[in-house]
Design a protein around this ligand. Structure first.
Ligand code: AMP
Ligand code: ZN
Length: 211
């Protein structure tokens, strides 16, 4: 099973990708996580990416395509994968198909814009395992502590209102066209996430994947 999670920032790509990974035992490949790790490690690439990330812009295609192409060659990719946050532009999608990789399904998560802003600006993230929480809607058992590993939760630098608005604009202009791109291949499944909790959305995804 080779999947792409598509959707605006805050639509739940990461959360659903993790659930799919646990249920179907295929690895999740998150370019956002990989870029944040490169930043933490202080690599050249990480430093370059930081400027783009903090202003809510996309990191240049060649950088992201480079890290994904390396990751896709690893052994654990043979049983399938979930791409979370990649591709995000048409050139990235074209690069992916040039690698000769066929995608089985594109899960397109749809959530209303105002709900996206509310979700992102209240979001808490685990720096260790990337689990997501929300200050109001989905609180951890202990305040600011990850349920899974006890790490202190953080608010991502790009989850501020101004950056969030910019990320949504960038999504509409550069990423949304991918819905059409993959519709032409007939592999897009639309899943509504508005007003639903993560479990309800996952039930729907599971029924599609089990067909
Ligand atoms: P995410 O964790 O997926 O929300 O990604 C966080 C940030 O990393 C984005 O706002 C971009 O700046 C950058 N990023 C992640 N994936 C990509 C990608 N496929 N192409 C370009 N930039 C990306
Ligand atoms: Zn954690």
């Amino acid at each position: 099973m080779r999947l792409i999670m598509l959707g605006a920032p805050g639509a739940g790509k990461g959360t659903q990708a993790r659930k799919i990974m646990e249920r179907y035992e295929i690895p999740q490949v998150s370019t956002g996580d990989m870029l944040r790790e490169a930043r933490r490690n202080g690599t050249e690439m990480g430093k370059k990416a930081a400027e783009f990330m903090d202003s809510g812009r996309l990191v240049p295609d060649e950088v992201v395509v480079g890290i994904v192409s390396e990751r896709l060659q690893a052994d654990d990719m043979k049983k399938g994968f979930i791409l979370d946050g990649f591709p995000r532009t048409v050139p990235q999608a074209e690069a992916l198909s040039k690698f000769g990789i066929t995608i089985d399904k594109v899960v397109n998560l749809e959530v209303d814009e105002e709900e996206l802003v509310e979700r992102l600006t209240g979001r808490l993230t685990c720096p260790k395992c990337s689990a997501m929480y929300h200050k109001v809607f989905s609180q951890p058992k202990v305040k600011w502590v990850c349920d899974h590993d006890g790490a202190d939760l953080i608010q991502r630098d790009d989850d501020t209102e101004a950056t969030v608005r910019n990320r949504l604009k960038v999504y509409k202009e550069q990423t949304f066209p991918l819905v059409k791109f993959y519709q032409k291949e007939g592999i897009v499944v639309d899943v509504s996430g508005t007003g639903k909790n993560a479990g309800g959305v996952f039930d729907e995804i599971q029924s599609i994947l089990d067909q």
